[in-house]
Design a protein around this ligand. Structure first.
Ligand code: NDP
Ligand SMILES: O=C(O)C1=N[C@H](C(=O)O)C[C@H](O)C1
Length: 266
């Protein structure tokens, strides 16, 4: 019998942590061995699975972690930085869905690919992977149409625009042989003047319990194409991340993509 992979979750007490733990209940591929939370978290020290005698406990301290095969991180920039330290120190594969990362941590992550297997995605759903492909194609076929990306999320989200919106914008920009750095418009207010040709605009909605919605609007003269993805359940992200973790554990160092996982075994 193949032993289950020893899994650590970074951000285990959060919304995505909860979605991951719910799926793990019924997934023999993994054994949860560490459940990382923030220093000072109210969950620190509590059992992860209430009523189970030998349940792992939430812990802020990675030095308490036993041997781990793969870490799945949905925490935030600070939590990801701590998980990354641990993965680099012990040669552990890392799957991360954390978004809103600043340049210094991006640079550390870029370098980490030389030492560990790393797979990051702004969105682990299958539907958004397909949306990205469709947008790439539509943007290339309709290069002169105006592109606006609208995203909506729950009121507790910490970053904007969402990582997914930025990734969609990047994919479209690439298909048009340009970059987000030169085309993105993140904010419009007051007397903005006319829309700049070739701009990729972003608009952000926050409120209530919206799980995550993204619409790419390609706007021409007399017609408009809209590509929309609506997530209604976080389990779609959790399932994708666990699939990625199963695929990534034991792989060589490097930056792997969700597309590699979807394409199948190598
Ligand atoms: N790629 C994708 O498919 C998706 C990505 N995301 C991204 O995942 C991230 C988390 O989202 P969500 O679950 O909604 O967030 P939550 O705020 O619900 O959860 C965050 C979790 O991270 C923990 N945490 C916070 N700071 C630290 C720290 N310094 N060290 C260790 N752990 C820490 C929190 O612990 P505690 O609260 O106990 O203190 C909590 O468990 C965000 O960046 C979000 O954008 C979300 C959904 C899908
Ligand atoms: O914070 C969230 O909730 C989500 N974040 C991701 C993002 O920033 O794109 C993915 C998903 O839309 C949910």
């Amino acid at each position: 019998m193949i032993r289950p992979l020893r899994l650590a979750i970074s951000g285990a007490s959060g919304r995505m942590g909860h979605a991951l733990l719910t799926l793990l209940d019924d997934d023999a591929r993994f054994e949860l061995v560490h459940a990382a939370v923030a220093p000072g978290s109210v969950h620190d020290g509590r059992p992860v699975f209430a009523g189970i005698a030998d349940s792992p406990r939430y812990a802020h301290d990675w030095s308490q972690a036993p041997q781990v095969d793969v870490v799945v991180d949905f925490s935030g920039p600070a939590g990801l930085a701590l998980a990354l330290d641990h993965c680099l120190a012990h040669g552990i594969a890392l799957v991360s869905g954390t978004t809103g990362i600043e340049a210094a941590l991006e640079a550390r992550l870029a370098d980490a690919g030389k030492h560990i297997a790393l797979l990051r995605a702004a969105n682990f759903s299958l539907g958004v992977a397909v949306l990205t492909r469709l947008l790439r194609e539509a943007s290339a076929v309709l290069p002169a149409w105006d592109l606006e990306i609208v995203e909506a999320h729950h009121g507790r989200k910490q970053d904007a625009p969402s990582g997914t919106a930025l990734a969609l914008g990047r994919a479209a920009a690439e298909a048009r042989q340009t970059t987000l750095e030169t085309t993105a418009v993140y904010c419009r207010e007051g007397r903005t003047g006319e829309r700049v040709g070739g701009a990729i605009g972003f608009a952000v909605v926050r409120g209530g319990d919206i799980v995550g919605e993204h619409t790419a609007m390609l706007i021409g003269q007399g017609e408009r194409l809209e590509l929309t993805h609506r997530a209604t359940d976080r389990s779609i992200f959790a399932r994708g991340a666990l699939q990625a973790a199963h695929w990534l554990a034991g792989r060589s160092a490097g930056h792997w993509q969700l597309e590699d996982v979807i394409a199948g075994p190598r």
